[in-house]
Design a protein around this ligand. Sequence first.
Ligand code: HEC
Length: 197
Amino acid sequence: MRRALGGLLLAGVLGGCSVDFQGWAGMKDQPKGLPFRENAFFADGRTMREPPPDTVPRSRRGVSRRFLTGREAPDAGYVEELPLALTRELVEGGQGSYDIYCAACHGVLGDGVSPVARNMGLREPPSLVDLPEYEDGYVYAVISEGYGLMPGYAEKLTPTQRWAVVAYMRALRESQRARLEDVPAEARARLLQEGVP
Ligand code: HEC
């Protein structure tokens, strides 16, 4: 009796399973529009629809093209200077992102010295503190779109975070070329007391 009951229960469970499974297969194979497939329902024969003219993505409302691309216009030059206020908070945020996403290759100091750099056979990540004087928008575009063997970071960093990395790179660069005379007088005395490396 017990065994019979067990068998009945098992059959019930398996039966349930197979019904479920068929249901899923049915859903999977039903007629539906996939993004890049043809679609006879629409006049243009495509499944993907065009957004109505002048549609503005909500995430980009109020943000200019130069802020998003680092370029003055599609075929024009790069934005010369950071298009947002340079604050300590911005630079520190940039340092956070730099240390996570860039330092592994370009080195914590930006000098191109890192275990990854030593082992990258095809092309070593260059020192970022010795690059020629680029516009801020150029560096922003490299971070967004990538450069040669380097991947872009648009999916990992928001536009503001990318500009923050640009700001931090400037700070890194300055930190390694600053002379004692560049330091404000009051801080200079402190540095001399503590000893300048
Ligand atoms: C996987 C390693 C790697 C990571 C991570 C990486 N880079 Fe690079 N980067 C490279 C390499 C390699 C090059 C040189 C590419 C080439 O010449 O093909 C390069 C080139 C550059 C250049 C020079 C462009 C020029 O005109 O010479 C800049 C600026 C730069 N990277 C910034 C960054 C920043 C900022 C980050 C972080 C958001 C970053 N990189 C993350 C490997 C990396």
